[in-house]
Design a protein around this ligand. Structure first.
Ligand code: HEM
Length: 123
């Protein structure tokens, strides 16, 4: 299903589906009907019911769900939230990885500056 074909759903409509048997969540701007999966969720029913009808992006990311979990989500897609920003989780994690990589770089720059100062002062 392409982005254009996705049904646009209002946040208020998502909020109405907030029980274990009728459970929608928003993840990265897309709307998912988690009701058929809730019984099988390895993390239990309660944690998902807690975020039912809301944007669960942060809660879902915090757990560090596997690629398998993301695959399951794809099968539960029903639309995109009105005015929401649809983005791919892959993009978000790629940005996070870039951020992680810059730390050693900063360390290397500090080390180079310190080494430079050491040699300069010992001339
Ligand atoms: C909405 C769709 C969701 C799907 C399809 C899903 C899928 C999964 C899957 C497949 C696992 C097994 C481990 C893994 O593969 O990562 C898992 C574990 C878990 N999930 Fe979810 N999850 C969803 C939502 C959530 C939410 C919203 C929360 C919390 C607010 C949550 C909390 C957890 C926890 C705590 C575990 C770890 C269970 C354990 O290892 O004991 N999940 N989930």
């Amino acid at each position: 299903m392409s982005e254009e074909e996705l049904r646009v759903i209002k946040a208020e409509e998502v909020a109405e589906h907030n029980t274990a048997s009728d459970l929608w969540i928003v993840y990265n701007g897309r709307v998912y009907d988690v009701s058929p999966y809730i019984d099988e969720h390895p993390g239990g029913e309660e944690v998902v019911v807690d975020v039912a009808g809301t944007d669960a992006t942060e809660a879902f990311e915090d757990i560090g769900h596997s690629d398998d979990a993301h695959e399951i989500l794809k099968g539960l897609l029903i639309g995109k939230v009105e005015g929401g920003v649809v983005k791919d989780a892959k993009t978000a994690s790629a940005v996070a990885e870039e951020g992680g990589l810059s730390m050693p770089l900063i360390g290397a720059i500090i080390f180079a500056l310190a080494a430079g100062a050491y040699f300069f002062l010992n001339q």
